[in-house]
Design a protein around this ligand. Sequence first.
Ligand code: NI
Length: 173
Amino acid sequence: MVKSRKCLGVEAMELIPKKELIAHFEGVRKRTLNYAREIPEELIDWRPGEDKFSIGDIIRHLGSAELMFLHAITEKEWKYPGHGLDKGRTKQEVLHYLQACHSAVMSGLHALEEEHLTAKVKNGLGYEISAWRLIMAMAEHEIHHRGQLSAYMQANQVNPPQIFGLRIEQIPQ
Ligand code: NI
C-alpha cells in the first residue's frame, strides 16, 4: 500500500513518541559525557592536524550543534553559533558550555507540540523533511563526533570508555 510522506511521518510519530526521541538523545548525550570526562585536561587543545577540530572544538561544536538543530525545528532556519574559544577554553568551561546548551535545548524540545514535530523543515541542502527527523539527525551527528573523540583519545594513548559498559570480548560468542 502506497502512503503519502505525510502519513508516514505521522505514523512514525505514533511509533516513536516525542518523549522517546528525547530520551534517546539524553542517552546518547550521557554516553558522550562519559567520554568527555575521561579526556585529560592537557589534551583539550589537541588536534590531529593544523586545520582539524581540536578536542575542545568538538565539545563546543556539539553544544552549538544542539542549538542549531533546535533552532531549525522551531524557526525553520539554519543558524550555527560557532565553536570558538569564546564558548570556553578549559575542560571545565567547555563541559559547562555543553551542559548549558543541552539544558536550553531539552527545555525547547519538551515544549514542542506534536505539530511542530510533523511540520516540514528544509534540511541544510534544501530538501524538506519532517522536523522530528532532525532530533534523530542531532543524535547521529553527536555519535559521529563521539567516535571522533574516541579516535583522538586512542591516538593519545588514553583508553576511551566502553560505549555500553562492556568490551565486545565479554559478549558470549
Ligand atoms: Ni559536526
